[in-house]
Design a binder for this molecule. Structure first.
Ligand SMILES: [Zn+2]
Length: 435
């Protein structure tokens, strides 16, 4: 997976919030660290009340949870900066984004405006018509992917590139992001497939940390009022801050856990009830279109290969060895094709729903250490197989039955194997054209 910093067009208020909020958080933690360990644990419980047990218990809890909170924060912050899960830009858009800087010096105001318009997404508004469009092979080498009505993958006109399953375009950073959840100035950027696990761990530990702050603050405050020594203003301050952030973090923890368990992102959830997914599901070669579904075959036909096919069909004579060679090539090409039926889910169905525990494991990992420690990436980030971009649930099989799609027979798989054994050179040539 490409590691890259987000080079996006973050708008200035968002950028301002992203820079300032982490500083405010650091200030609050610094203040709490002065009040809870110093004023409450050492000054009040240890020295004033002579209760070393209570002081040590709160100190240990406070320090442990603060460390876990800071470590998970650092993990989520760094992942967001260096591996935010963005989809690469198309070549045309990279060019157009690079252009204004060069031209600004040479040209007048009119040209600048033209470039700014182009930069704001007017390039690549239509999907790349090239049958060998860079990156397209990655989609049709799967058995199922999210597609547009014509059977090709979805297209992002801002990024000028194909959109993988579950990717959304973020207006904040000007990029498509895989499994994008939300833009969060609290953790310095876009929360997505690469960072959601760590984000959830962070808000979970932040909730527990705030609970310890509240418990220590409330206990010391009530004891000091009862003993007649009055209320410490610092303790009241820490209770207010702990209460505010604690409630916020607790709400985020519950919401995040819900998203993980139902396998939705914040963005998905906005329209989950009404969402209809269009999927290209692989079927045997030469499957004809059905009453309820269309068909698309990859690689998409090239204008010249169409000419060949019609020439052969109509009995046009091609001379000698060239004809044999072409027939061999088209026979090999035919064996390497992959046909897909274009079907739709019912409203509100989620193709990635793997059951509650399956959903949980796909984000949080398969054991309790993975759940609690911010070390390993979510399994859904590293999920790579020929079936789909993200593991799909039973709905995919159900759609085959619902639409009466034929199964890919063993024979089909065998002949494909033969084709791939016969034509390593063709495949290499094809692969070298891909990015
Ligand atoms: Zn995009």
């Amino acid at each position: 997976m490409a590691r890259m910093a987000v080079a996006g067009a973050v708008e200035s208020p968002t950028l301002w919030a992203t820079r300032v909020i982490p500083l405010i958080l650091a200030g609050c933690v610094g203040y709490a660290t002065y009040v809870v360990p110093k004023r409450i644990c050492i000054d009040y419980f240890l020295h004033t009340r002579q209760q070393p047990g209570v002081a040590i218990a709160f100190l240990v809890l406070y320090c442990t949870l603060m460390c876990l909170m800071l470590i998970t924060y650092l993990r989520v912050f760094l992942v967001i900066q260096y591996n935010p899960g963005v989809v690469p830009l198309g070549a045309g858009v990279i060019e157009s984004r690079a252009r204004p800087k060069k031209r600004k010096k040479a040209c007048g105001r009119g040209q600048e405006l033209d470039d700014l318009e182009a930069n704001s997404g007017r390039y690549e508004s239509k999907p790349d018509p090239n049958p060998d469009s860079p990156g397209l092979e990655r989609y049709y080498s799967k058995d199922v992917f999210v597609c547009a009505s014509d059977g090709r993958p979805k297209w992002c006109s801002h990024c000028g590139n194909w959109k993988p399953d579950r990717a959304h375009h973020s207006s904040e950073i000007g990029r498509c992001v895989r499994k994008m959840d939300h833009y969060c100035p609290w953790v310095g950027g876009i929360v997505s497939e690469t960072s959601f696990k760590f984000f959830l761990q962070f808000v979970f530990y932040a909730t527990l940390y705030c609970l310890v702050v509240l418990a220590a603050g409330a206990l010391s405050l009530s004891l000091s009022i009862r003993s007649g020594s009055g209320a410490d203003g610092f303790v009241i301050g820490v209770l207010a801050i702990g209460g505010f952030f604690g409630l916020f973090a607790f709400a985020m923890t519950l919401t995040g856990m819900r998203y993980v368990l139902i396998n939705l992102t914040n963005i998905d959830d906005l329209q989950a009830k009404f969402m209809v997914y269009q999927l290209a599901i692989r079927v045997p070669r030469d499957t004809p279109p059905g009453e309820k579904y269309g068909i698309i075959t990859y690689p998409l036909p090239k204008p010249e290969s169409r000419k060949y096919e019609s020439g052969n069909d109509s009995g046009t004579h091609l001379s000698g060895s060239t004809s044999e060679g072409n027939e061999l090539v088209s026979a090999r090409d035919a064996l390497a094709t992959r046909t897909f039926a274009i079907v739709k889910t019912e409203m509100g169905e989620n193709p990635w729903h793997l059951g509650l525990y399956g959903n949980w494991k796909s984000v949080m990992g398969s054991n309790v250490f993975d759940w609690l420690l911010p070390i390993r990436q979510s399994p859904c980030v590293t999920y790579e197989n020929n079936e789909s971009f993200y593991e799909m649930g039973p709905l995919c099989r159900e759609l085959r039955t619902r639409y009466g799609l034929p199964e890919i027979s063993d024979e089909n798989v065998r002949s494909e194997k033969q084709a791939s054994e016969k034509m390593p050179r063709d495949r290499e040539a094809h692969a070298s054209r891909a990015p």
